[in-house]
Write a protein that binds this ligand. Structure first.
Ligand code: SR1
Length: 348
């Protein structure tokens, strides 16, 4: 097959621009250096990339980066601790100005984060405890998230029920939510955790469905499942539908996306409530925190985005079908005033 010189040249240009991210971004008038000149290289290093939450987080991060004239280099995660370490080292070698770390296992990356800090690179961590005074921690107030969710479960089911619980230890948000679940069980001896399952193996919903199927079969008296990640809820719902127990089960989760809304609103869906932030907003907040650090401005050590409770009843009452409609109905879900500055443009 013959290729014209122009076609080959355009492919090379495309490849180089993909490798370089959003090349040649303009500077922002009256912004502090280096944002006045534009093209500020920042790396976003994921641990998990699959699932609606992480896709929306990345999309929000990209939009905020573009608005800031940031050349954002995204390193997708594959739930591989060694790969994430390697990617942090690659970002250091690329001389980025800041690194945003999205999830991960602290023990496998703390030393390379220290190398980045020693090289003068700013670091922001979302949902991974780096435990370093120079690294701001972004989170969704997981304590509040779990509390409002469990309050709703108790409101719907009373203080005595048999529960299934979905959990994988070692992930900061899940560990923080788990501390609230333990406290709620302790305060309510009538709430019995009959079975526990969980995995982060991709695709998570399919892996969870297999586990949930076995757990629900073995414990037919489970009437409530606490599944505090939307991927956990999707998998548990799959299993409930397969077993035909969807009408007698209620699933309470975390996170929300447009496709979650349609799953929650399906006729006879067992998924009845979720506590969530808008993940695109959390992505944007993480980039803003990194930009402020690069500009030499102060950033609080704990940057918190507040969650809201979303029930099937409310989605139906207000006929909400998308995350955009939810943002319009609940302004506190659609935006966050964390780490703002007059010179930071907010994406639409
Ligand atoms: C494996 S941790 C999954 C959670 O990370 C984010 O905090 C989302 O809220 C999701 O529930």
């Amino acid at each position: 097959m013959k290729h014209s010189k122009t076609a080959i040249a355009s492919s090379i240009i495309l490849l180089v621009s993909l490798m370089c991210g959003s090349a040649f971004a303009a500077g922002i008038k009256n912004a502090p250096a280096p944002f006045d000149k534009g093209d500020v290289p920042i790396a976003l290093i994921d641990y998990i990339s699959g699932g609606d939450f992480f896709r929306a987080f990345e999309s929000g991060a990209r939009k905020q980066a573009k608005a800031l004239g940031v050349d954002l280099r995204v390193f997708p995660g594959k739930e591989d601790a060694a790969l994430q370490r390697d990617q942090i080292q690659q970002a250091i070698n690329l001389n980025v100005k800041a690194i945003v770390i999205n999830h991960g296992l602290p023990e496998s990356i703390k030393d390379v984060v220290k190398q980045a800090l020693d090289a003068g690179i700013k670091v922001v961590a979302f949902d991974v405890n780096i435990d370093h005074p120079q690294v701001p921690q972004v989170e969704q107030s997981d304590k509040d998230l779990a509390q409002i969710l469990l309050d709703q479960a108790i409101k719907d089911n009373g203080k005595s029920f048999k529960a299934g619980y979905v959990y994988v230890p070692g992930f900061a948000p899940l560990d923080r939510r788990d501390a609230v679940w333990s406290a709620v069980k302790k305060a309510n001896p009538g709430i019995l955790e009959k079975a526990r399952w969980g995995t982060v193996n991709a695709p998570v919903p399919t892996s969870i469905a297999a586990q949930a199927n076995a757990a629900l079969r073995a414990n037919p008296d489970i009437s409530v499942v606490i599944a505090p990640w939307d991927e956990f809820a999707r998998g548990t719902k799959l299993a409930a539908n397969e077993l035909g127990v969807n009408k007698k089960l209620k699933i309470y989760s975390a996170d929300i996306s447009t496709s979650d809304i349609s799953e929650i609103r399906e006729p006879s869906s067992p998924w009845v409530a979720t506590a969530a932030t808008n993940p695109a907003v959390v992505g944007a907040v993480s980039i803003r925190a990194a930009a402020l650090l690069v500009a030499g401005k102060p950033v609080p050590h704990n940057v918190v985005v507040k969650p809201v409770l979303v029930t099937r009843a409310d989605l139906e009452k207000y006929d909400i079908k998308t995350v955009e409609e939810l943002s319009a109905k609940l302004p506190e879900f659609g935006k966050s005033d964390a780490v703002l500055a007059p010179w930071i443009p907010q994406p639409n």
